[in-house]
Design a protein around this ligand. Structure first.
Ligand code: ATP
Ligand code: MG
Length: 355
């Protein structure tokens, strides 16, 4: 089921009449059968967007379509959505089976059929053996699977997940996210997965929608957005360690960092800019003009992180990730060349990418 948001806006008005624009004029088309990661920092409007799609919050303006159907004013129970929250929200006094069957009881599906469908969903999410347990007898990951099975049992058109993994420990998070990906693939259900964790969104999503302050920043296949960020916010939000930024200049198409020409751009305007270089964008070379003293070295298995003084500002450092075979020591001076595909130039004032 394709989902289309058209100029979707939500303004919250507090008692003192102060307005918060939680979602600002969002236009997105979510392709049918895909898993979309809705990503952004805390407070950027992810949950608000999701709850408008679910019908739990009424938009201030704009429209929501499921396929050709305008569902903007359709009550939540008629939208055909399954919703999963961060805290699972299972009924503690009910068994796993009763929890999963609960949405079917509401629509008066006969008991035997309900149980059969619940078992099918439990098998799908890998908890088929646990039907008679109570939620407190399950691990966090298992509880979350019950919540997912419950969301799927009515065969929704759309699955909406709001930070479903954030209560799980690191290992379980990883495992459960792979599980969600598998379930989504097997069912082919259009899924929106809300998270503030860029690594999680990048690894699980067919496409990501990156938001900030209620505004859509960029939409695309995770690797494309990482490689071709439209602006500084996007470049900084994706990637660990984060992109390094330096004050720099454009001079007749040359990118100048601390007086060194480190690359080129099409733009021929001379201007002050912000230069962005991904940590993996530094090549250690025999000879170059960009020679920098190494301040600290951290070796982490395959990679070495070099901590280097910012050529513009002695008080600041930045990180380069290089192959550990280079055997660089603190105090060494290293020659660097910058990989052109890891080098970006941003407008100093607007943060927009300069091409
Ligand atoms: N019921 C409400 N009344 C007033 N303001 C609200 C309400 N719900 C959310 N907001 C505000 O709207 C903005 C967006 O909130 P939202 O919950 O959508 O963010 P989020 O991206 O889901 O954040 P998080 O990652 O912390 O869950 C925030 O500034 C928040 O304070
Ligand atoms: Mg939220």
């Amino acid at each position: 089921m394709e989902i289309k948001l058209q100029s979707l806006t939500k303004v919250f008005v507090a008692k003192d009449k102060k307005e918060t624009v939680a979602v600002n004029n969002m236009d997105i088309t979510i392709p049918s059968g895909k898993l979309i990661g809705l990503l952004g920092p805390s407070g950027c409007g992810k949950s608000t967007t999701l709850y408008m799609i679910a019908g739990l919050l009424e938009p201030t303006a704009g429209k929501i379509y499921f396929g050709d159907e305008d569902v903007t004013n359709t009550p939540p129970e008629l939208r055909g959505i399954g919703l999963v929250f961060q805290n699972y929200a299972l009924y503690p006094h009910m068994t796993v089976a009763q929890n999963i069957m609960f949405p079917l009881e509401n629509i008066k599906v006969p008991k035997a059929e309900a149980l059969e469908r619940a078992q099918e969903m439990a098998d799908l999410v890998g908890i088929g053996e646990l039907m008679n347990r109570k939620p407190k007898e399950l691990s966090g990951g298992q509880q979350q699977r019950v919540a997912i099975a419950r969301a799927l049992v009515k065969k929704p058109r759309v699955l909406l997940l709001d930070e479903p993994l954030s209560n799980l420990d690191a290992r379980l998070r990883l495992q459960t996210r792979e599980e969600i990906k598998r379930i989504q693939r097997e069912t082919g259900i259009t899924t929106i997965f809300v998270t503030h964790d860029q690594e999680e969104a990048m690894s699980i999503s067919d496409e990501i929608v990156l938001m900030e302050a209620g505004i859509k920043q960029q939409v695309g296949v995770p690797q494309d957005v990482y490689d071709q960020p439209d602006n500084l916010f996007v470049a900084k939000f994706l990637g660990t360690p984060p992109i390094n930024t330096f004050a720099g200049k454009l001079e007749a198409g040359k990118i100048m960092l601390a007086g060194h020409n480190i690359g080129k751009v099409e733009s021929k305007t001379n201007q002050e800019v912000l230069i962005g270089i991904r940590p993996e964008g530094f090549n250690v070379v025999e000879k170059s003009k960009l020679s920098l003293p190494i301040y600290m070295v951290e070796t982490i298995g395959r990679d070495t992180a070099l901590i280097i003084k910012d050529p513009n500002d002695e008080a600041k450092t930045f990180r380069a990730i290089v192959d550990s075979s280079h055997r660089i020591k603190p105090g060494d001076t290293v020659n660097f060349a910058i990989k052109p595909d890891k080098l970006y130039v941003f407008n100093k004032d607007t943060g927009e990418l300069v091409k």
